[in-house]
Write a protein that binds this ligand. Structure first.
Ligand code: ZN
Ligand code: FE
Length: 257
């Protein structure tokens, strides 16, 4: 399975999964259809699946048009999103499994950004290879999604699930927010040397307009404040020693940043 990233709208990423042997493809969160159709034409690949993480228009905007071109493509989304995702045929819950080509993903229910949000985690094909996490707007590189339909209790639970995945997992999040996220992270975790060097790297990457996605989960665990509610430095930065409250205060500060 080859994964390519397609920039869309102002700061979204669409992910294309491609199996060259069978000439089939799947797409994660198609914000729009045109760039996906172009890429499929270049690859001469047939779209068999649309994996949606949640119902926001910048994640499902391309569903209808893609379905017009590939009528037999199956549309996957969270069970709680029933009625909100165009063309949805598969209603997924925590622990369900989905397949693409020779790979299998576990579905994680990760409410918080929305009440129905799910993530797809493709386990490594062989020992030593990376796992692939498609987490929509739940976990971002250096940050996390806003709480639009959920609360801090849910989001801490959701991010705990993602944090418990293996270090060797690539994080394919749906927006290029990394630089701004790390700017905020430095205000609450300024003594974190790895965070400082990550910020320098990301600044260089963005100055060339390149993508900072995917990131490694191992790096997120050490530098993303929204996975670090139990670290003393962050706890003292927000003057709270209770995990949900620490997270909620960090999220509130970021909302106003
Ligand atoms: Zn969203
Ligand atoms: Fe989004």
């Amino acid at each position: 399975m080859q994964i390519t990233l397609i920039p869309a709208l102002s700061d979204n990423y669409i992910f294309l999964l491609h199996d060259p042997q069978q000439n089939i493809a799947a797409v994660v969160d198609p914000a729009e259809a045109e760039p996906v159709l172009e890429r499929l034409a270049e690859l001469k690949a047939h779209l068999v699946a649309i994996f949606n993480t949640h119902h926001h228009i910048d994640h499902i905007g391309g569903n209808s048009k893609l379905l017009q071109h590939f009528k037999q493509a199956k549309v996957y989304g969270g069970a709680e999103d029933r009625g909100r995702i165009h063309g949805q045929q598969v209603f997924l819950q925590e622990g369900d499994r989905v397949q693409f080509a020779n790979r299998e993903a576990e579905v994680l229910f990760v409410p918080g950004h929305t009440r129905a949000h799910i993530a797809y985690y493709f386990e490594p094909e062989q020992a030593g290879e990376t796992g692939e996490l498609f987490c929509g707007d739940t976990l971002f590189a250096g940050g996390c999604g806003r709480l639009l339909e959920g609360n801090p209790v849910q989001m801490v639970d959701s991010l705990s699930k993602l944090r418990s995945l293996p270090d060797n997992t690539r994080v394919w999040c749906a927006h290029e927010y990394t630089l701004k996220n790390l700017q905020f992270a430095l205000t609450v975790d300024s003594s974190n040397l790895e965070l400082k060097s990550r910020f320098t790297e990301v600044k260089a990457v963005r100055s060339k307009s390149q993508a900072t996605i995917p990131s490694m989960l191992e790096v997120e665990k050490r530098t993303n404040p929204f996975l670090r509610w139990d670290q003393p430095t962050l706890q003292s930065a927000v003057k709270s020693y209770e995990p949900v409250q620490t997270f909620a205060r960090l999220r509130g500060m970021k909302d106003r940043f």
